[in-house]
Design a protein around this ligand. Structure first.
Ligand code: FE2
Length: 295
């Protein structure tokens, strides 16, 4: 049994289908300052400013044309020399299928794994960064922080993420919602049940802090876009949140800040809430989410 690590570097990007990629791209660009680039296949790549002192990634979010807002795949950036062989061995041992992913503008050669819930996870080195300097704007989020997926069987998918990618469990709510991290940030992936097929509940992008919400929400309001839920503070992760949805697709984005970090792994025990605590976990400040958020 090999003990090579298959822990990725970071959550890299998410690919979703939407009915009108241009309309969703306009919402991301005009409303939130995303950098949007057309793709040859009729889709769009969208990205934010990127990490401090790091090149701007070409894509945090890829939009492909499709009937509705649906999750296609979650991509993890992996380092040079990543243990793809070990990843394939583990996938086979857990009854998951793998296929090679060829190098292209979106990233280097890698491996796609389809897990027990049908969730497609891609591990590959990141693609070439954006060369041009992005115009300055206080609206643009910093980076993709996490993806919250809906799957048919949350405990099975949670077990697979640990067994396959060495992701670390940070917190859970019963057997219904699991939060995983790659590095110190509390979560980079959330897994919840309640969907017949793998789907996305929300994509979360980090903003600079509390003051960002006034500026961003005023700007969204000027364009006629509405906040779905928030501001508030989550229990798990302790982050501030505002949720907005692209009107053309319903794709939900979380603008978050002030998330907890776990620096001492040795002393950290993942808190476990029960599903009956859901009201306290979703918003410590009180106001409950709208029905649309719970669907
Ligand atoms: Fe979130």
């Amino acid at each position: 049994m090999s003990h090579e690590s298959t822990l990725p570097l970071r959550l890299g990007s998410v690919t979703v289908t939407v009915p009108d990629p241009a309309a969703t791209g306009a919402f991301l660009h005009d409303g939130l300052g995303f950098h949007v680039t057309p793709r040859a296949d009729g889709g769009l790549d969208a990205t934010t400013g990127g990490e401090y002192a790091q090149p701007v990634p070409r894509r945090h979010l890829t939009l492909l044309p499709g009937e509705a807002a649906r999750l296609r795949e979650v991509t993890f950036d992996v380092p040079a020399g990543y243990a793809f062989g070990e990843l394939e061995r583990r996938a086979a041992a857990h009854g998951m299928t793998t296929e090679p992913v060829a190098a292209d503008a979106g990233g280097g050669a890698g491996v796609a794994v389809t897990g027990p819930s049908g969730l497609r996870l891609v591990c590959r080195p990141p693609g070439a960064p954006v060369i041009e300097a992005l115009p300055a704007t206080p609206l643009r989020p910093r980076r993709l922080g996490h993806v919250n997926v809906k799957v048919p069987d949350a405990p099975a998918t949670a077990a697979a993420l640990t067994a396959l990618l060495d992701l670390k469990l940070s917190e859970q709510i019963g057997e219904g919602l699991f939060f995983f991290r790659v590095g110190s940030e509390h979560h980079n992936m959330g897994v919840r049940g309640g969907s017949d097929v793998p789907d996305v509940h929300h994509l979360a992008f980090e903003v600079a802090g509390w003051d960002s919400y006034r500026m961003i929400c005023d700007h969204l309001a000027d364009l006629g876009y509405k906040v779905e839920y928030g501001p508030g503070r989550h229990g798990p992760g302790h982050n501030l949140f505002v949720y907005v949805r692209d009107p053309s697709s319903g794709l939900r984005l979380e603008l978050y800040s002030d998330m907890a970090h776990i620096h001492d792994e040795a002393s950290y025990t993942p808190p476990r809430w029960e599903m009956s605590d859901r009201g306290n976990t979703v918003n410590r400040w009180g106001p409950a989410p709208p029905e649309s958020f719970l669907a």
